[in-house]
Design a protein around this ligand. Sequence first.
Ligand code: HEM
Ligand SMILES: *[C@@H]1O[C@H](CO)[C@@H](O)[C@H](O)[C@H]1NC(C)=O
Ligand SMILES: *[C@@H]1O[C@H](CO)[C@@H](O)[C@H](O)[C@H]1NC(C)=O
Ligand SMILES: *[C@@H]1O[C@H](CO)[C@@H](O)[C@H](O)[C@H]1NC(C)=O
Ligand SMILES: CC(=O)N[C@H]1CO[C@H](CO)[C@@H](O)[C@@H]1O
Length: 317
Amino acid sequence: MKILSFLLVLLCLFSQDFVSAQLRIGFYKSSCPNAELIVKSIVQKRFKNNPSITGALLRLHFHDCGVRGCDASILIDSDPSKNRTSEKDSGPNFTVRGYEIIDEIKEKLESICPLVVSCADIVSLATRDSVAFAGGPKYTIPTGRRDGLVSDPLEVNLPGPAQPVSEILRFFITLGLNKNDMVTLLGAHTVGVAHCFFFQSRVSNEDPTMDPELATRLLKLCNTSSPTTTTFLDQNTSFTVDNQFYNQILNKKGILAIDQKLAFDKLSAPIVSRFATNGNLFKRSFAKSMIKMGNINVIVGDNGEIRKNCRVFNNPN
Ligand code: HEM
Ligand SMILES: *[C@@H]1O[C@H](CO)[C@@H](O)[C@H](O)[C@H]1NC(C)=O
Ligand SMILES: *[C@@H]1O[C@H](CO)[C@@H](O)[C@H](O)[C@H]1NC(C)=O
Ligand SMILES: *[C@@H]1O[C@H](CO)[C@@H](O)[C@H](O)[C@H]1NC(C)=O
Ligand SMILES: CC(=O)N[C@H]1CO[C@H](CO)[C@@H](O)[C@@H]1O
């Protein structure tokens, strides 16, 4: 009996090890020792030139992981010659940006370690680095993701910004994330921008959940025919990964409907209040939830492939 339970414990340890061994810290340590440094230096150069890349990469990473897992499926270009569209050309991906940063990193890595570093890991690492450059938490992430072989626009099922908190939570739960992860990861809206298109319909001078000065400003801002007009998601510290987003929404200065709802829905309000008053708690939670997000349905081992060009499958057919 004792031996049996000992064996069972061993078995559990092994299988746990097996699960966590899928991705590991420093996966490229011997196959491409400078991989993480190269990602970081290109992100640093880009960030110096334009700090809005943190917002771009965070959203890109989420839109990758939220559909079929973190497999770089969002990076595949549509192929009009074969009448084939891909994920990035589905509605919710409208305005996702940052693809050319991934291309630059991939090109550099291909020149020193061909076919070694996956596009999925590049997205994950570049996002992590851009968060740190924007004043967010610094954290290590496991690597070893492989690139997927499917990019189907019909699989894009990301929720829209007008949905209730309960629906958004349901979506996060399907990804293996919980309520704390949801409130934390929506804190990524501490950087980046939103186009009028995504929030205009909620702006009016009569909305008791929107600060009247903000409403007036947004009404004016969006009263234009330009489809590219944007405003910062965090109206206070727009380029910094910090907890100010939570203070903004408590002050009725959320831009997207979902951001504003987060502050007052009973499901999320207690967590919002904690993050608003404790910046370090938010940063710790952000690092933890980003690592969790980066592990969603990853492809490992001999499955998938290491793409040569992040925008095309190695053997498109
Ligand atoms: C599932 C709930 C979510 C909804 C409904 C949502 C919705 C949106 C919308 C509508 C925009 C504006 C896009 C635009 O106008 O170009 C946006 C931007 C953004 N989202 Fe989310 N989002 C969600 C979750 C997340 C998560 C989990 C992250 C990252 C961890 C994230 C990161 C961002 C960032 C950084 C931006 C700014 C993008 C930029 O500057 O180009 N979002 N989001
Ligand atoms: C291209 O694909 C779409 C949808 O998959 C289809 O409706 C359309 O007829 C196709 N066009 C051609 C030229 O094959
Ligand atoms: C929007 O623009 C139109 C035409 O320029 C103007 O007549 C109208 O007063 C503006 N509305 C707001 C809310 O600024
Ligand atoms: C803006 O952020 C700063 C720095 O975190 C903070 O001290 C200040 O109170 C915030 N201002 C508003 C109006 O929220
Ligand atoms: C960057 C990118 O390819 N965005 C596409 C997302 O989907 C919309 C709607 O189909 C396209 O118009 C965009 O070009």
